[in-house]
Design a protein around this ligand. Structure first.
Ligand code: FE2
Length: 320
């Protein structure tokens, strides 16, 4: 299959004397994520082209979820609106209580049903690109994120503006990969950069640290060209670093970015965390099961150093 992504000329020099850890990474990544739909960007990042209808259906449910906290009149007006620039502008202006400081949309009691419908649609999209057979766990219930445009001031210690691996956080593991799904808004000026490791890569590079403390690590990496576009889903191994870029005058973008544990993982690089949700459960959401949230949309979300455990207060309701 023809690769539609940037030429990976930067990678040639890394193929000669790869460390054992890097060789194992590449081999596991191929085993875990190669399928007939995958486009190889490099040996640690694949992309999947999303069928148009799937994307359209998913965006319909995404919109219903993100506008659900709005006042009834604005909500009714936006139900027929397909201009995402306008929708994101209103969300930005309204400053919803269910959006965290770093832009995560948190499902709440009053909007649980809309969240469940969105997850049902998300599973359908995942199936359409063949990733359903590849994922063992999501590192938490999938969440949407609005990345506001360029901001001034200090970043939080785990701000995605610092180049980082998701494996550096508490709830991820060295076996995780990250799924990037750019959905709407300004993905031209507000996007994600990716960095490929030197050939002396070691799994120790994935030991826990705050993203702000990763500046020494970036010296061991080289930036690579990966197209970040709304019609593709990108999966990148946790040995790849990534970084949010918001150029000056960039507008908000909407995406779903989530850590995933593949079905075949290296046992000593994985430990279960109570936040991890099996794919088999997510697959049933909105069909046989509902994810019900207890906290009201009126309850303020606490700001924490490492990100909030905002989805902890929930239960699963079986429908049969
Ligand atoms: Fe990240």
């Amino acid at each position: 299959m023809k690769c539609t992504f940037g030429k990976q000329k930067n990678l040639k020099k890394y193929n000669m004397k790869d460390s054992i850890d890097l060789i194992k990474r590449k081999s596991f990544f191929r085993k875990n994520f190669y399928c007939r739909n995958s486009l190889k960007n490099c040996d640690l990042i694949y992309s999947y082209k999303i069928p148009k209808d799937e994307l359209k259906n998913f965006l319909f449910d995404v919109k219903n979820f993100v506008i659900s906290p709005l006042d009834k009149n604005i909500k009714n007006e936006l139900k027929c609106e397909n201009n995402w620039t306008k929708i994101l502008k209103i969300i930005n202006k309204e400053k919803f209580q269910n959006i965290t400081h770093n832009g995560l949309f948190v499902p709440k009691k009053e909007i649980s049903i809309e969240y469940n419908m969105m997850i049902k649609s998300f599973v359908s999209l995942i199936k359409s690109i063949g990733l359903d057979k590849k994922i063992k766990y999501f590192i938490g219930p999938p969440q949407l994120r609005i990345k506001f445009g360029a901001k001034k001031g200090k970043f939080m210690p785990n701000s995605s503006e610092f180049a980082h691996s998701d494996a550096w956080t508490d709830i991820n593991t060295k076996s995780c990969s990250t799924l990037f799904l750019p959905l709407a808004g300004d993905c031209t000026n507000n996007f994600v950069n990716f960095f490929y490791p030197n050939n002396d890569y070691s799994d120790k590079w994935l030991n826990r640290r705050y993203f702000k403390d990763g500046h020494d690590m970036i010296k061991k990496y080289k930036k690579i060209n990966i197209k970040y576009e709304k019609t593709s889903c990108i999966v990148s191994d946790s040995s790849i670093l990534h970084q949010s870029i918001t150029k000056q005058n960039s507008k908000p973008r909407l995406s779903m970015d989530i850590g995933i544990i593949p079905k075949n993982y290296k046992k000593n690089n994985y430990s279960f965390h109570k936040n991890h949700v099996p794919y088999d459960l997510i697959e049933k959401i909105g069909k046989d099961k509902l994810m019900i949230y207890y906290d009201s949309i009126k309850k303020k979300i606490k700001k924490t150093k490492t990100g909030s455990k905002t989805q902890a207060n929930r239960r699963i309701l079986s429908l049969n």
